[in-house]
Design a protein around this ligand. Structure first.
Ligand code: AMP
Length: 249
């Protein structure tokens, strides 16, 4: 069983992002970039399926600039077998990524495409769903548990107020939620080994995909600054302020 894991290079989740002065986007100059956390969870899940003897090969794919190769190397160091970098310096929207992934699925014939539920830069939460639609494959989104048996995937999903389990006929698209697993750190020997694992470099045009954006960002702004709080002397004063000034009781 082959598993395709799309991994996106994004601003590291620890970085406090700054908006560019002209409000056209987020300032990426000299900012630490890492693998999107939900993609790490997808890589981890694929590796666990391989360790259980369910999967035989894991292919990590990234659509992005030359530096996205580092993101693929991270996936290889964790345990993926090979990588495909679809190199472009353009901003790539989820639909274009889904189209590229569809073409790769056509060449590689994976049984599962395991994506993150969302990329923490644009928070789109679209690529997996669009890919499933383009392929006409079943999808299990926001997975908190994945069990594969008899050509089916049982995916437990985190929905409002509880869990829902759906059975998908493979091949299928699965997207990962936060509680699916805790991704491993790559060990030094595995980081060294990953340097010898193959990465194919392609371009979106090799798959006949036009990545020209369809959306125009009008403005990006910082959230409003929080105003400083005040200290009250007594509970009575607090209650009075809540009643008379805030009007909440
Ligand atoms: P999004 O729909 O942009 O929130 O992203 C959801 C998931 O789609 C990510 O966690 C990745 O698994 C995948 N994905 C999105 N963009 C890319 C990209 N440029 N390269 C590889 N995978 C991507």
């Amino acid at each position: 069983m082959k598993i395709l894991v799309p991994v996106k290079r994004v601003v590291d989740y620890n970085v406090k992002v700054r908006v560019k002065p002209d409000q056209t986007g987020v300032d990426l100059a000299n900012v630490k970039m890492s693998m999107n956390p939900f993609c790490e969870i997808a890589v981890e899940e694929a590796i666990r399926l391989k360790e259980k003897g369910v999967a035989t090969e894991i292919i990590a794919v990234s659509v992005g600039p030359a530096q996205a190769q580092e993101t693929i190397r991270t996936a290889l160091a964790m345990g993926a077998d090979r990588g495909i970098l679809v190199q472009t310096d353009d901003t790539v929207e989820p639909l274009a990524v889904a189209k590229v992934l569809k073409a790769i699925v056509g060449e590689e014939n994976p049984d599962i495409v395991l994506l993150g539920k969302q990329a923490i830069d644009d928070d789109s939460n679209q690529t997996g769903q669009m890919l499933a639609a383009l392929l006409d494959w079943p999808q299990g989104t926001f997975a908190s548990e994945v069990a594969i048996a008899d050509g089916k995937a049982n995916v437990t999903r985190e929905v409002d107020g509880g869990l829902q389990t759906v059975a998908l006929q493979l091949p299928a698209v699965i997207t990962t939620d936060l509680r699916l697993n805790e991704p491993r750190y790559a060990s030094l020997p595995n980081i060294m080994k990953a340097k010898r694992k193959p990465i194919d470099t392609k371009a979106p045009a090799d798959y006949g995909v036009d990545t020209a954006p369809r959306l125009e960002v009008l403005k990006v702004t910082e959230p409003p600054k929080r105003e400083a709080g005040i200290k009250v002397e007594s509970v009575a004063e607090l209650v009075a302020k809540l009643k008379d000034e805030a009007g909440v009781i």
